[in-house]
Design a protein around this ligand. Structure first.
Ligand SMILES: Cc1cc2nc3c(=O)[nH]c(=O)nc-3n(C[C@H](O)[C@H](O)[C@H](O)COP(=O)(O)OP(=O)(O)OC[C@H]3O[C@@H](n4cnc5c(N)ncnc54)[C@H](O)[C@@H]3O)c2cc1C
Length: 400
């Protein structure tokens, strides 16, 4: 099954990736993390500071969905707060917005300690619409944020500072950040405490319940005995023999060639809230990454001609959005990947329905990555049998 396809911009880096061995002996640990995309890397970095952790991945570092994440790291969720009230209380929505803001601080603190080797930058966010049908929703969201203490500003046609048309939009000065997701994953892995317990090219084929936890069997028949298994396999759930943890979609991206003097207000992360939605940001070498055009992922490959149509549609919409620079826009990269969604927009983080010793760490939605940064604290609390106030809204046992 293919979860990503195309030439991802983010993996083409000068930085050499450290290669890890495959597992060639039987071992024991407290926690086995399966999957070494960005979620597995975040989990491994934090959990290995407290527990005996083994990390395995079937391929090489961050080459799955992580390699194509647009990496708009924002505190807002996919849906408006007013729509999320069906699934969460007002207090829970506010807590998840705050969680997003705290996650940005946590990433910044990691970068301050280990250096900025992943093009990290703080950025404002801009959630806008150019459709009259969405204007009221944007205004309602703005009022929700202002009345709950979130610092933001409303722009409309009369004071629009952006080089594209808007009817209305919310500008959040401290709304988020950006980085190269592949390089951030590399940095997290290479700064983890358990360097001798990280294995690549190690595919977990079977999980067998035992008296004290689980036995995992690899493709080479090595055995890992552990107390708990943390599933960080992204949207590939073959190891659990299931395909219905949450809804899955394919989202498509194009990356332009560098555009001279490209800029818009503070290089904000841009999210068009109309339907179909698009999202975009600038890249450090003056390119634009533009994404969206989601289609349902049913487990089978996306046909080549469908991809071509989607990339063409993205290009057409980008040219329409930025007519003043349309002559300078050439497309250098095109790629797509799978991502998951849930009703309350939050990831699946916590004890699985299958067994309490199988924990899920699967980030979903538009700000999955940012929520994983704080979501790992839910996992730490579960392992230490502590209460975490956010565990219910992320629980894999909830209705998704
Ligand atoms: C085009 C696109 C744009 C996106 N934009 C954003 C965005 O702007 N902001 C945001 O927050 N998120 C975004 N996302 C979502 C984000 O990419 C994902 O949430 C994130 O990358 C998931 O990371 P992961 O580590 O869980 O999964 P992956 O990166 O898919 O890693 C899972 C790993 O598990 C391994 N694995 C699977 N099964 C096994 C097994 N049995 N044994 C061993 N290893 C196994 C795989 O080989 C893989 O390396 C976007 C996604 C796409 C596709």
């Amino acid at each position: 099954m293919e979860y990503v396809k195309g030439k991802s911009y983010f993996c083409f880096s000068e930085q050499k990736i450290k290669q890890y061995n495959y597992l060639n002996e039987d071992i024991k640990c407290d926690i086995l993390i399966i999957g070494r995309g960005i979620d597995g890397a975040i989990a491994n970095f934090y959990l290995s500071q407290k527990f005996n952790v083994v990390l395995v991945n079937k391929g090489r570092l961050g080459m799955a969905c992580t390699s194509c994440a647009t990496a708009l790291l924002e505190y807002q969720l996919d849906d408006f707060a007013s729509d999320l009230l069906k699934y969460m209380s007002k207090e829970e929505i506010i807590a998840t917005y705050k969680m997003g803001l705290d996650a940005t601080k946590k990433i910044k603190s990691f970068i301050n300690t280990y250096g900025n080797h992943c093009n990290f930058a703080l950025r404002p966010t801009f959630l806008y619409t150019n459709s009259i049908f969405t204007v009221n929703k944007i205004k309602e969201e703005y009022n929700f944020r202002i009345s709950n203490g979130f610092n933001c500003q409303l722009f409309d046609k009369s004071n629009n500072p952006f080089p594209f048309d808007i009817k209305c939009g919310i500008f959040a000065k401290d709304g988020g950040c950006e980085f190269n997701p592949y390089l951030f994953t590399k940095q997290m892995i290479e700064n983890s405490k358990n360097q001798d317990k990280i294995f690549e090219n190690t595919n977990i084929k079977h999980l067998i319940k035992t008296k004290n936890g689980y036995t995992a069997k690899t493709n080479f028949r090595e055995i890992i005995n552990c107390k708990k298994v943390l599933i960080a396999t992204g949207f590939n759930w073959e190891v659990l023999n299931c395909n219905d943890l949450c809804d899955r979609f394919i989202t498509y991206s194009i990356v332009t060639s560098p555009i001279k003097e490209l800029s818009w207000l503070d290089k904000a992360l841009i999210h068009d809230a109309s339907s179909p939605y698009h999202y975009m940001r600038t890249l450090p070498d003056g390119r634009i990454i533009f994404s969206g055009e989601d289609t349902i992922f049913n487990g089978s490959m996306i046909k080549e001609n469908k991809c071509i149509k989607k990339y063409k549609k993205l290009e057409k919409d980008l040219l329409k959005l930025l007519p003043n620079i349309k002559d300078k826009i050439n497309i250098d990269y095109k790629f797509y990947g799978c991502f998951g969604t849930t009703k309350n927009n939050l990831g699946l983080i916590g004890k699985s329905k299958i067994d309490d010793n199988i924990l899920l760490f699967i980030s979903c939605g538009a700000n999955g990555i940012i929520n994983a940064m704080k979501g790992i604290e839910i996992i730490e609390d579960i392992i230490q049998e502590k209460y975490n106030p956010l565990s219910d809204i992320f629980s894999p046992k909830r209705k998704v």
